[in-house]
Design a protein around this ligand. Structure first.
Ligand code: IMP
Length: 422
């Protein structure tokens, strides 16, 4: 059984935990897109692990993990992540982690270009993580990026970087940022690349062999549907396809290899960075932050919180082909008297069940809400559907109905055990 796990909102839905839960019966976990802009938090016993590039299957010890061709990989960041995980007792070797030789590499100038582009955008800035993700993906698309395989030949890599920097340095100079050269860029990543080399291989046959041998593969999505470069709230998106199609193009496994798509959403909506958020509520944000919840795993930024937005979820279930819904953070709503659910947007007097494409329509969209009674009970100790209060059950049933996909998993806390399977 091969399963894609995708975020249905703006990232931070708690995918790391659901992937971890599904990984128990998996042989292989693959990441197919994104870079170390992602932050997946997984809590096992006393330990809290924050994963950026390493697939969460690494925490199990006996699973193979693959960083696929669709990922953009910062070698220094990845080695730092290895060290942090090893410090927590996690074993990482080429026997349990492979990296595609086709993955593009994030180099120091990509981070500076990210900063310069943000500055150049002025009032249109996106609020990126400044990890160089957009510039690395645009270099890939404009065919001046470097793949890991290119970096194995230092002479060729030097030439390719020198050509790329002619143009990049002009842009950086115009924004008062330091100039880069190929020696410095290669010097910066040299140790990290030496460290990673044993893990680098053609991962595509490895994945196909696993598929043909009926192994269980989990595709671990990063970010969420509305950060997808095609389906998200463009231009306030990341630079990859975060939806289920990205799992195939980012790994080399074809659509027919996929058996199910688990879509993960929070029981409410959060977003970091700029861009539309129709159900955003300052009162609800303050409430969740007051509980110590909803701070970004990668940047520590406060997430912007709002009520559950079914306009987003309805569309996300369509484009991802969600077969099973996983609703996380239900316990975040435990103390609320009433809970709102946005069922459609009112844009210029018209009711819209789907997200608009025009940028300015998002600013005019007014949420149309229905109100549900809260359950005013601590759900974090619930372990079965029947343990959940009736009002929480009705809320989840309504959510599944509006989304057009059945709820199969409910998260009521960060621990592995705090997951209810329906
Ligand atoms: P970038 O991916 O660094 O280019 O940032 C583009 C947008 O995506 C910004 O609003 C980021 O905050 C957001 N973003 C990128 N990765 C994540 C993630 O893993 N979770 C939530 N937001 C993200």
């Amino acid at each position: 059984m091969n399963t894609i796990v995708n975020g249905l909102q703006w990232g931070d839905e708690g995918k790391g935990k659901i992937v971890d839960f599904l990984t128990e019966s998996a042989d292989l976990v693959v990441r197919g897109q994104g870079g170390n802009n992602a932050g997946h938090t997984v809590i096992v016993g006393e330990n809290k692990y924050i994963l950026h590039l390493v697939p969460s299957g690494i925490l199990w010890g006996d699973k193979m993990n693959v960083i696929g061709n669709g990922v953009v990989m910062d070698p220094v960041g990845l080695v730092a992540e290895f060290e942090k995980l090893r410090g927590l007792g996690v074993t990482i070797t080429p026997d349990n982690l492979l990296i595609s030789d086709r993955a593009h590499v994030v180099l120091p100038y990509h981070r500076d270009l990210d900063a310069a582009q943000e500055e150049a955008r002025g009032k249109f800035s996106i609020g990126t993580t400044r990890r160089g993700i957009g510039p690395a993906y645009s270099d890939k698309a404009t065919r001046c990026g470097l793949r890991l395989a290119d970096l194995l030949d230092a002479k060729l890599a030097h030439e390719l970087i020198s050509v790329r920097l002619k143009d990049a340095n002009q842009f950086l100079a115009a924004h008062g940022l330091p100039q880069h050269d190929a020696d410095e860029a290669l010097g910066h990543v040299e140790d990290a690349l030496n460290h990673l080399r044993p893990h680098v291989t053609n991962t595509i046959p490895v994945l196909h062999e696993a598929w043909k041998a009926d192994k269980n593969i989990v595709f671990e999505g990063a970010q969420g549907t509305f950060l997808d470069v095609d389906f998200g709230t463009y231009p306030f998106v990341t630079s990859s396809n975060t939806t289920s199609g990205g799992a195939c193009t980012g790994s080399g496994l074809p659509p027919i290899a996929v058996d199910r798509v688990v879509g993960v959403c929070k029981a409410y909506t959060t977003r970091v960075g700029q861009g539309a958020h129709v159900t955003e509520s300052q009162e609800f944000s303050d409430y969740l932050h007051g509980l110590g919840r909803e701070f970004g795993a990668t940047t520590g930024r406060k997430r912007r919180c709002g009520w559950l937005d079914m306009v987003l979820l309805r569309f996300a279930c369509m484009v991802n082909g969600v077969t099973d819904l996983a609703v996380t953070n239900l316990d975040g709503l435990d103390e609320r008297d009433e809970i709102m659910v946005c069922t459609a947007y009112n844009i210029d007097g018209l009711e819209n069940p789907f997200p608009p494409a025009q940028r300015d329509a998002w600013d005019r969209a007014q949420p149309i809400y229905e109100t549900h009674p809260g359950w005013k009970m601590d759900t974090s100790g619930c372990r079965t559907w029947d343990d959940l209060p009736k009002n929480a059950q009705s809320y989840l049933m309504r959510l599944g109905k509006l989304a057009g996909a059945p709820v199969k998993y409910v998260g009521i806390g960060p621990d592995r055990e705090q997951t209810i399977l329906l």
